[in-house]
Design a binder for this molecule. Structure first.
Ligand code: NAD
Length: 251
């Protein structure tokens, strides 16, 4: 691994698991100092142990990102710990499958709050710090934000929102040194895809377009792309939505 993140201060949401854990490991392995936040404290502690075992540095705080105050608190805590911010990764996310007519209000509110609200409020809290360092933001969107996926109205709506939030902020800050980009994976081999509660009468033919032909990506493959986008190698990349979907959205 290189040292593209030497002296870089990295704030990651969702660092307790899956893609967030892999990004923490990857950026730390390239010299980054990591601050992770997640609702799952045991998972965060495990990520920090893995980062440290590999010779890296990571601190963390448990936190629920469903509210604006939770997001601001997490970012301020990170800045207090790290001193400044160079990279922000909005990675925390949740999914639920429903027949739309049976979607509970609480699930809609949860997905919109975690997948979209937290991205907006972490950006609001972090951008003043990132402007000082000409830093950058990478948001975890999904192909579900680019194409309609049956049984996941709330997830698709929230991820479509992340993509437009990314583009809107890219335009608003286009004259500054800040960069903001999104990654849109199809299926990734993480806890999010284990023990999914599908509606009983699901029509699997409707799900086919999202399954693709080449299986799931690994979290490490996604974190490799994250590391590229967050590094100086991607200096001209701003306002982009990078798919990592084995061609699912190409057709
Ligand atoms: N796994 C996939 O197939 C896939 C595909 C496309 C996009 N994504 C996106 O990638 C991101 C990472 O997902 P993953 O696959 O690593 O799943 P994951 O379930 O392994 O990780 C998600 C993390 O978000 C955290 N989280 C959930 N609610 C939270 C809250 N209220 N406050 C703070 N943290 C919270 C969880 O505790 C967990 O550690 C998500 O945004 C997800 O939507 C995943």
């Amino acid at each position: 691994m290189g040292d593209r993140f030497a002296d870089k201060r990295v704030f990651l949401t969702g660092a307790a698991s899956g893609i967030g854990r892999s990004v923490a490991l990857r950026l730390a392995s390239e010299g980054g100092t990591i601050f992770g936040v997640d609702i799952d404290e045991a998972g965060l502690a495990e990520t920090a142990r893995a980062v440290e075992a590999a010779g890296g540095a990571m601190s963390w705080a448990g936190g629920d990102l469903r509210t604006r105050s939770g997001c601001f608190e997490a970012v301020e805590r990170a800045v207090g710990e790290l001193g400044s911010l160079d990279v922000v990764g909005n990675i925390a996310g949740v999914n639920r499958f429903h027949n739309f007519l049976e979607m509970p209000e609480e699930d809609w509110n949860l997905l919109v709050a975690v997948n979209l609200g937290a991205v907006a409020f972490v950006c609001q809290a972090a951008i003043p710090h990132l402007l000082k360092t000409s830093g950058n933001i990478v948001n975890l969107a999904s192909v579900a934000g680019l194409m309609g996926q049956a049984y996941t109205v709330a997830y698709c709506a929230s991820k479509g929102g992340v993509i437009q939030l990314t583009r809107a902020l890219a335009m608003e800050y286009v004259k500054t040194g800040l960069r903001i980009n999104a990654i849109a994976p199809a299926g990734v081999d993480t806890a999010m895809n284990v023990d999914i509660a599908f509606p009983e009468d699901i029509d699997w033919k409707l799900m086919k377009p999202y399954m693709g032909h080449r299986g799931l990506a690994t979290a490490d493959e996604v974190s490799g792309l994250f590391a590229f986008l967050a590094s100086e190698d991607a200096r001209p990349v701003h306002g982009a939505v990078w798919t990592a979907d084995f061609g699912v959205t190409a057709g």
